[in-house]
Design a protein around this ligand. Structure first.
Ligand code: PEP
Length: 252
């Protein structure tokens, strides 16, 4: 099988308000050619989802929320529903980002609920997983990845997987300037693909896109994308700069 269609995703985290966010979105759109082999996604803060989606309406860029609730509506203060994401012009969501897990205490079970809800309403959903530095140093990387993956994907069907993207984001590499080497990333991605094959079947694993995230920059994107099991990138810091993100999108 040939390589899967790549996905380059920019997570703006808690940065940008309406004017700078719309400017950045326009600049990113201008950096995109009419690609056949890759897609681009932007996850702005909730407060400007709708404005960014409006600015990008004539582009192929996918607009995503940085997190999403499982329910359509209800008493969930501080949450955003998949229906709200869609009404604002979004068509995708991120769940399980390490900042949600580490700072806000989100568990695998909660993240699994978010993922299921997001899929039920038709959103392309990026499930983030990744080990901490102490877990890596303790030789637990693969065990942690398998555990997060099995719990994160629990009770999903093979059909659901068509709308799931997995992002491998080693926590020690996020926002630290430390990138996993291409060999470390490839090893983790191949392992993730193997486990997806065990949970579902090999053909599903072959179709599933697995992104790498953790200090992706213009200087390392080409070698990461050259790895057989790396199908794209989830980019934080460098996604806030149109020139850097533009270079990442245009990886060779
Ligand atoms: C992220 O936010 O998912 C991320 C990988 O951040 P950074 O690129 O800044 O490490």
């Amino acid at each position: 099988m040939g390589k899967r269609k790549a996905l380059i995703a920019g997570n703006w985290k808690m940065y940008t308000t309406v004017v700078d966010g719309c400017r950045l979105a326009l600049d990113v759109a201008n950096a995109c050619s009419d690609f056949d082999d890759r897609e681009v996604l932007i996850a702005p803060p909730f407060t400007i989802l709708s404005e960014v989606a409006h600015v990008l309406a004539d582009s192929k860029i996918i607009v995503a929320s940085q997190n999403v609730c499982w329910a359509e509506k209800g008493a969930f203060t501080g949450e955003i529903s998949p229906v709200m994401v869609k009404a604002a012009g979004g068509s995708a969501a991120i769940v399980g980002h390490s900042e949600r897990r580490q700072i806000f205490g989100e568990t695998d079970e909660l993240i699994n609920n978010r993922l299921k809800g997001s899929l039920a309403f038709g959103l392309l959903t990026i499930l983030c997983i990744g080990e901490t530095l102490s877990e890596r140093e303790g030789g637990q990387t693969l065990t942690v990845l398998e555990d997060q993956l099995r719990k994160g994907l629990a009770s999903l069907t093979a059909t659901d997987m068509a709308n799931v993207v997995v992002a491998y984001e080693p926590v020690w590499a996020i926002g630290t300037g430390k990138t996993a080497s291409k060999e470390q990333a490839q090893e983790a991605h191949a392992f993730i693909r193997e486990i997806i094959g065990e949970i579902f079947e090999k053909s599903i694993a072959e179709q599933t896109r697995i992104l790498y995230g953790g200090s992706v920059k213009p200087s390392n994107i080409d070698e990461l994308m050259a790895q057989i099991d790396i199908d794209g990138a989830l980019v934080g810091g460098a996604a806030l700069d149109a020139e850097s993100f533009g270079r990442i999108i245009n990886y060779k």
